[in-house]
Design a protein around this ligand. Sequence first.
Ligand code: C5P
Length: 305
Amino acid sequence: MTLAATVFAPAYAKINLTLAVLGRRADGYHRLASVMQTISLHDTLRLRLASADRFDCDIAALATPDNLVTRAAEALRAEVGRPDLAAEIELHKAVPAQAGLGGGSSDAATTLVALNALWGLGLSLARLESLAARLGSDTPYLIHGGTARIEGRGEVVEPLPDAEPLWLVLVKPPVDISTPTIFRALTPADYGDAADTEAVIAAIRAGRPLPFDQLTNTLERGVLRAYPEVLGVRELLLNVGASLVIMSGSGPSLFAPYRTLGEAASLAERARAHGLNPWLCHSVTRAQVAASRAMQSASDQGNQM
Ligand code: C5P
């Protein structure tokens, strides 16, 4: 008996080190300037060659045919005109959904990369990126991850040198936020410029520490105004000693960046003592994401021998 090729693949979450909304486009999307960073918090996919599709997720509400994982598999099959290809995919969620952490987008990006290898399609990562753009604004970036400048509606990705490595205390306030609602509520008075994003990019390119006071998010003010739960968690983190708390994406997740484990662990412990449920995680470089992808093709070949 031969084992069908099987891979386990991590799908890393992202945070926005900066996020500037510059204006509204004619198609209803917004023009963004952002620096994104992958982090160690991740979902895990198991993908296996099969004669028929099967998809399961340990969060029952997400085990549906419109999950981005299923849609990514379908998009890849359509792209190469191979309706015969099939896979069994299991998704273990650790990244909260609708949290501003790119969880679903990363699941989709990881599915594209892993199935490209499992099905032996040999598509370039550039082609997977353009396929990914049809699945969500963050998805092309998450094909490579690491530190990157994001522009357009999110699909224009420029890889940057690795940002300063950081420990992160990450909290998801107990509220679900719909991204379209947050963007729709913006008025021209809310739009910002890309000055902080450019300053952060200049520091990254020069190999300098990140200017923490320029880690800013245009969407944060509106979310704090509209969702008292998010404001409450932010204030609690500041009250127990965080010096900086920033919202990721369209929220509600908040992160506090640290340069030493001691400081991060101490904040996480105090947050826990006050009833929060923080993750202590860290930034993940593009090379680490690539290494996790390379291991997928290695285990694929190992199984086929
Ligand atoms: O592309 P994605 O599905 O991630 O975006 C979700 C929603 O967020 C869009 O339908 C749109 O309402 C809003 N959005 C936006 N401008 C962006 C990205 C997202 O208005 N650049």
